[in-house]
Design a protein around this ligand. Structure first.
Ligand SMILES: Cc1ncc(COP(=O)(O)O)c(C=O)c1O
Length: 420
């Protein structure tokens, strides 16, 4: 008996005598499908060719897309003020919530600061929204193909993921019949992502209205991930989902990462759109959950009013113009390559390319396509398997034009070499 046991009159219930420290159940069921697929891939680039990555959804990767000067000044001002170093309310700085409400309120979907929760990136906002709406054992409806973090967050919380199909030949609209077939009494909410990662699609107003009708019928609240809001090209118009419904409760997710080209600043937000007071408990739930990390980065939050009010329209226009030109160039280049099926993007920063595997002599699937492309041409793209969508690959279109052209030239040579 140890001296500590001798010196206490309490009976110690613990019988363990050996060290054994297993990882928790929650940590073991927290899986990033992209890592899972990519770590298993044989991805040694060809040492003779410079690596070109079209795999990472980070617009800062090549240094060609930069944050607006006024945003940098806004952060410097906050830093020098010595007023942005402390803790803020867990749901977000009041100044940030006032500015966000003012900037994003519309006649159709008004917002007050009370309707806003600031989070550590859209990722954290998604975690809060899913955590507030869904219980362990319930199910959530997710897009296929879709951003893999939805699965990571949901499975981590013990929520069943049910995947509704997107239709590539209808600009990745939702197959609404399939979606409806997945709903049951245990369905906690629908998650949609528009404009889409990985599809680069943008839903029409009519399609969004059909989705809302379905939610109205089945009484489903929606998490609407609009992190790529307004990043659309040509004749496409972006409609915030909440502008189109007075009845369906919606948690809209967005943030600074993509529109302001600062994913590393880690600030996102949730807008609670609830005209009929159906989300009162959810509001409280979001506030409780925001205490888990005591709120987002105070320096960047404090700069939000300046960032969102003073960034010139010309900055957003220039980003969209760049993405649109790259989207056009990508589609026209890749469409000429035999064996590929190209769907032109309408928004965001991505496009999905179908691989007609039957037309290749020695490529069985998207993972092999991506592996061989790295090994032979040092071009990296993500296999569709990471989005539950085999025989497609996702490419990111934010690289400088010259890099894209070089990458597509190499993809062309690769496809010619492997085509039957
Ligand atoms: C669809 C989608 N939602 C959310 C996020 C996460 O954004 P954040 O960097 O603000 O966490 C991303 C990032 O790539 C995304 O593509």
């Amino acid at each position: 008996m140890s001296s500590i046991q001798e010196s206490t009159s309490k009976v110690i219930a613990r019988t363990k005598t050996d060290w054994n420290i297993p990882a928790s159940i929650v940590s073991r069921r927290t899986i990033n499908p992209i890592r899972d697929v990519v770590f298993k891939m044989k991805v040694t680039p060809n040492p003779e060719k410079e690596e070109i990555s079209l795999a990472l959804g980070d617009p800062t990767l090549y240094g060609n897309l930069n944050v607006a000067e006024n945003c940098i000044d806004a952060v410097i001002t906050q830093l020098k003020s010595h007023k942005a170093n402390g803790y803020l309310p867990a749901v977000g700085a009041e100044s940030a919530r006032i500015a966000l409400a003012k900037k994003f309120s519309t006649k159709e979907a008004p917002l007050t600061p009370r309707d806003i929760v600031v989070a550590s990136g859209a990722s954290d906002a998604l975690g809060l929204a899913i955590g507030a709406l869904c219980n362990e054992g319930q199910n959530i409806l997710l897009p296929r193909p879709g951003f893999s973090l939805y699965q990571t967050i949901s499975e981590s919380k013990g929520i069943e993921c049910r995947y509704y199909n997107l239709l590539p030949d209808r600009n990745w609209e939702i197959d609404l019949d399939h979606l409806a077939s997945l709903i049951d009494d245990n369905t906690a909410c629908l998650l949609i992502n528009n404009p889409s990662n990985p599809c680069g699609s943008n839903f029409t107003r009519q399609h969004l209205e059909c989705i809302l009708t379905l939610c109205e019928i089945y009484k489903l609240p929606v998490i609407s991930d609009e992190i790529y809001e307004d990043m659309v090209f040509g004749d496409n118009i972006f409609y915030p989902l909440a502008n189109l419904s007075e009845t369906v409760p919606i948690l809209k997710i967005s943030g600074l990462a993509k529109r302001y080209l600062v994913p590393g600043w880690r600030v996102g937000w949730i807008f609670i759109h609830d005209r009929n007071n159906l989300l009162n408990e959810i509001r409280d739930g979001l506030a409780s959950l925001s205490n888990l990390i005591l709120g987002a980065n105070s320096l960047i939050q404090s700069a939000i009013p300046d960032i969102i009010m003073n960034t010139p329209q010309s900055f957003y226009d220039a980003t969209n113009r760049f993405l649109e030109e790259n989207a056009k160039l990508s589609a026209s280049f890749l469409k000429k390559i035999s064996g590929l099926h190209v769907i032109s993007p309408q928004g965001a920063m991505y496009m999905m390319i179908g691989i007609n595997v039957g037309e290749f002599k020695d490529i069985k699937n998207d993972v092999e396509f991506s592996e061989k492309l790295v090994q032979e041409e040092s071009v990296l793209c993500l296999p569709g398997k990471s989005f539950h969508y085999p025989n497609y690959v996702r490419i990111v279109i934010t690289a400088p034009v010259e890099k894209l052209k070089e990458a597509y030239q190499r993809i062309n040579e690769f496809c010619v070499r492997h085509h039957v």
